[in-house]
Design a protein around this ligand. Structure first.
Ligand SMILES: Cc1cc2nc3c(=O)[nH]c(=O)nc-3n(C[C@H](O)[C@H](O)[C@H](O)COP(=O)(O)OP(=O)(O)OC[C@H]3O[C@@H](n4cnc5c(N)ncnc54)[C@H](O)[C@@H]3O)c2cc1C
Length: 393
């Protein structure tokens, strides 16, 4: 059950009358932080989320410290939340060869169950209209405004529309997004997440264990729990009769450092969440005049550990440009051009670095080689980490 402040359910005729400054499709960290900033600036904003808060998601739940100031400015009381702070990491090859290294920038562990609901509640408190349990089925641009249709048939109108619908959604096909075609031909991944009751897991450590064609992260989250999330080539799952348990036994547990966690640690109450059809193809930042952010604009390999940062960085960037457009200081064409340019400048290097690292890892001999090289040149590990992390903003 949602605990957001209740907003009245609009009738089709009511929703057709309002013209919002911005409509945001998707209520993950990217969409929610954008809604919150716009609402704090006094703009009318409506956000659609097909699920109902709070809910669990597949995510490692490690938030890089580069987002600390930004989240505090938005009103997230991070300092009072008693969150584990990670300052070191271990990465291992499928055979169990390990590299240990400090995490200079570091990060906090926070469940998406808590974070997303908190952001949604803050946005609603600042006046944003949050339509949870509401799936957008179409978005059309005509006469300088957007018409969004939601399941059930109601229509909402807005001056600008932002796509924050994550890695894969119905609207990608609806808008015939160009990345879809190449994705069908490329490698596909599945991802799984659950929480372990692993009381002895260090509160300052992130572990990343490789296995054939995939890798698994372990890191602390509040409540004495350890997040266990992994990504695997879909072929591993198919080869084991589409059984997650069998794939874990036959593939993941071949890594001797990962095996004890999967074999012995107790799982917390919530069932594992599995998502499929993950690809890392390049995407466009604007399609049919809809401005994309978060994973919808470009998915960074989870090994680089920073998808949430990328989504929040993009929302910060986009918020500034949307304000200029809504105030009449730049045209729509300028908004789209400047956003595309600024997004690429800020984030595309990180995506490319993540993609390269992702290619290396999960391949047994390459991973072992990479770990041996990194063991001998610690400065190189620091540089790789810096490539996938950004600065405070
Ligand atoms: C295994 C794994 C581990 C990861 N670990 C980390 C980590 O430790 N740290 C990190 O920073 N990142 C991590 N990431 C990446 C991170 O989870 C994503 O980058 C981040 O969640 C993207 O946020 P988003 O807001 O773009 O999308 P999402 O969080 O995916 O939110 C999109 C939302 O849109 C909604 N939606 C979709 N279609 C519609 C529609 N038509 N109408 C209404 N709503 C819709 C969905 O329900 C969803 O809630 C990991 C990813 C994976 C796969």
């Amino acid at each position: 059950m949602s605990i957001l402040p209740t907003s009245p359910t609009s009738s089709a005729s009511e929703t057709a009358l309002a013209l919002y400054d911005c409509a945001i499709i998707g209520g993950g960290v990217a969409g929610l932080t954008l809604a919150l900033q716009l609402a704090q600036a006094g703009r009318t904003v409506v956000l659609f989320e097909k699920e109902t808060y709070p809910f669990h998601r597949v995510c490692g739940e490690y938030i890089s410290m580069e987002n600390y100031d930004f989240l505090c400015r938005l009103g997230v009381p991070l300092a009072e939340m008693n969150l584990p702070k990670m300052t070191r990491f271990t990465v291992s090859s499928p055979t169990g060869e390990a590299l240990h290294h400090p995490l200079d920038i570091g990060g906090l562990g926070i469940t998406r169950y808590v974070l997303d609901q908190l952001l949604a509640r803050l946005a609603a408190q600042h006046g944003a209209t949050i339509r949870e349990g509401t799936k957008v089925t179409d978005v059309v641009f005509a006469d300088e405004q957007f018409a969004l249709t939601v399941a059930g048939g109601a229509t909402y109108r807005a001056r600008t529309a932002c796509g924050a619908w994550g890695k894969h959604a119905n609207l990608d096909s609806k808008l015939s997004r160009p990345f879809l075609e190449s994705s069908r031909r490329g490698r596909q991944f599945v991802a799984v997440k659950y929480h372990l009751q692993e009381a002895n897991f260090p509160q300052d450590l992130v572990e990343m264990h490789n296995f054939r064609d995939g890798y698994c992260g372990l890191s602390p989250v509040p409540g004495g729990l350890t997040n266990c999330s992994y990504i695997s080539d879909v072929r591993n799952l198919r080869a084991h009769g589409n059984s997650v348990a069998e794939m874990e036994r036959q593939v993941l547990m071949q890594n001797p450092l990962l095996r004890p966690y999967l074999q012995e640690a107790q799982r917390a109450g919530t069932p594992p969440i599995v998502i499929s059809q993950i690809t890392f193809r390049e995407r466009s930042t604007v399609d049919a005049h809809v401005l994309m952010l978060g994973d919808a604009a470009g998915t960074i390999a989870p090994l680089a550990g920073n998808g949430m940062s990328m989504g929040m960085n993009a929302s910060f960037l986009l918020h500034g440009l949307l304000m200029e457009y809504l105030d009449g200081r730049i045209s729509r064409a300028e908004l789209e051009r400047q956003y595309t340019h600024a997004w690429r400048h800020l984030l595309s290097l990180r995506i490319t670095a993540g993609r390269l690292i992702h290619q290396f890892f999960g391949r047994p001999s390459l991973t072992t080689l990479a770990i041996r090289v990194l063991q001998r040149i610690p400065g190189l590990t620091t540089q790789v980490l810096q490539l996938t992390h950004g600065k405070s903003y």
